[in-house]
Design a protein. Sequence first.
Length: 276
Amino acid sequence: MSQYHFISGLPRSGSTLLAGILRQNDLFHSAMSSPVAGLMNGTLEQMAAGSEFHSFFDDAKRKQMCQAIFSAYYSEHQDKHVIFDTNRIWSARMHQLVELFDHNFKMICCVRNPAWIMDSFERIYRKNPFEYSRMYSSQMRQTVYSRCEAMMSAQGVVGSAWTALKEAYYGEFSEQLLLVDYDLLVSQPEQCMQLIYQFIDQSFMAHDFDNVEYQEGEFDAQLGAKGLHTVKKKVAFTPRRSILPPDLYEKYSEMAFWQDTTGTSASIISPKKSNS
């Protein structure tokens, strides 16, 4: 049977890049966000209290149904030694994953300074000037301030992932987590991958960081956000100036809660915080 691990964390923080690197290993299967978490949630809703079918299910059968979703969705990849399922909501579902897989799984959470996450989304928005993305409503897309506010709301793409990660980071299963900082992943990819392999207890395989190829052009086109899930071939750190107004940059930079390791058992690959 395949070993399941999970990729979660914040958007625009390297999860697609990480999937592209991992899939170079023939023993691994990895991809961008899958619908498994959503399928499991929808199934549980149909079996939940208040549903007309609630009396047909007990906890054991609910668990079996959820396990069956994993087996069915990844049936064509059962030859792989390790399957990585990616979804940002998994970090808020640790209690369910522990029940499904005991503690026999790990979760890799990609993180990045939230200011640069907002900067990255804003760049995608401006690179598609005549394509109104489904990520924003007409009112939300008015200015960079309204776009950032929408992204960081509790129901927004960034805000929902941020709160989910925070729940897992301070939760009772935080020892299952490895947080990987985007800047280190792109500037020191080999060292990061060695630590990731160590965390998931797999023998390290050398990767070609000059030829990482992965994209989901059709998915991005449907979303109206061309290039959202396109990985550059060469893994490298590219310094640049933020296009966010200074007040927004400062505001979101302060939201990197993982820089404080108090109250968590999570493992972290991130730059050392300067004392100056």
